[in-house]
Design a protein around this ligand. Sequence first.
Ligand code: CA
Length: 128
Amino acid sequence: MKKRMAAAAAVAAAVTGLVVSPAPAQAAYACQTGEVCIYEDVNLRGSVLIIYSGAHNFLPDWHFYNGNAANDAASSIINRSTTLTARITEDFDAQGKSLWVPPGEQLNLNGKGLVLADNSMSYISLTR
Ligand SMILES: [Ca+2]
């Protein structure tokens, strides 16, 4: 009886392992041409928020694809627009610390030598 229970436990562990093993971070969205993609995690991982044009404050109704609020939560960005430069700032309405992300560039907002700290971005504008 003891043996049978041990076997059942081993099967349960194996099934759990199968469910857990694909790393969710590997399935990050691949930003497409014409998009500016903002990610929850560094290195373009985690959930994404996609912007095509305009100027936006990250108000409470702005969220990543997974539903998490975007304000003060972004950790990386890639600009795949061919013509527009992204300006991202710490506060609403282009206030506070500021970074420019030209077409084709990507960066982590991890605070390591960058002006804009991790989880501080609150605004983005895309301009020519
Ligand atoms: Ca902020």
